[in-house]
Design a protein around this ligand. Sequence first.
Ligand SMILES: Cc1cc2nc3c(=O)[nH]c(=O)nc-3n(C[C@H](O)[C@H](O)[C@H](O)COP(=O)(O)OP(=O)(O)OC[C@H]3O[C@@H](n4cnc5c(N)ncnc54)[C@H](O)[C@@H]3O)c2cc1C
Length: 327
Amino acid sequence: MAGNIWVLAAQWRGQLQEVTYEVLALGRRLAADAGVQLEAVLLGHNARDLAPALEPADVILWADHPELAEPTPETYALALAQLVKARQPRALLIPLTNVAMDVGPLLAAHLDVPFVNFCKTVRVADGALEARCGLYGNKVEVTVAASGAPAILGVLPGTHLAERGGGQAPSIEEVPVELPEAPRVRFVRYIEPQAGDVDITQHEVLVAVGRGIQRQDNVALAEVLAEALGGAVCASRPVIDQGWLPLSRQVGRSGMQVKPKLYLALGISGAPEHVEGMKDSGLIVAVNTDPAAPIFGVAHVGATADLLEVVPALIDRVKAAKGGKAA
Ligand SMILES: Cc1cc2nc3c(=O)[nH]c(=O)nc-3n(C[C@H](O)[C@H](O)[C@H](O)COP(=O)(O)OP(=O)(O)OC[C@H]3O[C@@H](n4cnc5c(N)ncnc54)[C@H](O)[C@@H]3O)c2cc1C
């Protein structure tokens, strides 16, 4: 199998992301099985200091350009296309971070090759690369033969154990890239999460409210229940879009992935985009007036009931059980 195995270094605001080391571990195995070198590709501006930390790789290819200062998918893809054409790797493994998610398809289009996405693992089989991919939110698994070169593969985070350190210090090689002065897509600004807000990924109990909460005033009811249970309030997207809770509380595809011990879903229909963010919770309890609501398909315990009646009763029961005063 000719050509080296490449791994794109995923970074966020000057820090290498953990998933980089997960994908480097996969790349290390592939490179060993194929008898080729593992090369990490580091894109950025004045980012050379990060290169030595990519030591699981044999070689670090470092491209420096002012337009690479922020990880814009289009610019990244343009830079990578030049490097791939010039150096002909066998495969490029791209960690699927929010930014890199868009890099793979753009790069594959530039190179006119297929993009193999959502890879859970990749192996060398009969001298060719074979990927196992999870599709449709991981509901379907497929095996894809990536026979051509270069193979561009998007690798899911959390699928490999991160590995740091290597046998010997890697060599660092600066590689030139030419980029347009006025790219069509530009980085504008970072929006920081609201300071001082709770981190819903860290709570063992989450009281989640959906559109069924009906009014902003009613969110306070969920806050009281969450406090009684020692948890925090989170929400589905419509509640966030209304501005009733900050964005940091959104659960789902475009929000946070949570895995509390208890997820109490109040007035949430259970759309796939929401379920994606909470389906791995230990115990899912759903309250919904609609017996056909899809949330009951993922809930361990469900009640067809009006949340505005259930929540005050629950608050009373929890407080009573804790020996406190009923509301
Ligand atoms: C690209 C994309 C990304 C998205 N990302 C996300 C995401 O990250 N998170 C997310 O949540 N959504 C996301 N969505 C939106 C998602 O598709 C749904 O529209 C959303 O999850 C619905 O929210 P909901 O369940 O609160 O509202 P609805 O679907 O309107 O459901 C409200 C539910 O409340 C019930 N109800 C009404 N009154 C009561 C009551 N008194 N007591 C009990 N139940 C009651 C109703 O029966 C209904 O089931 C995304 C959509 C797209 C296209």
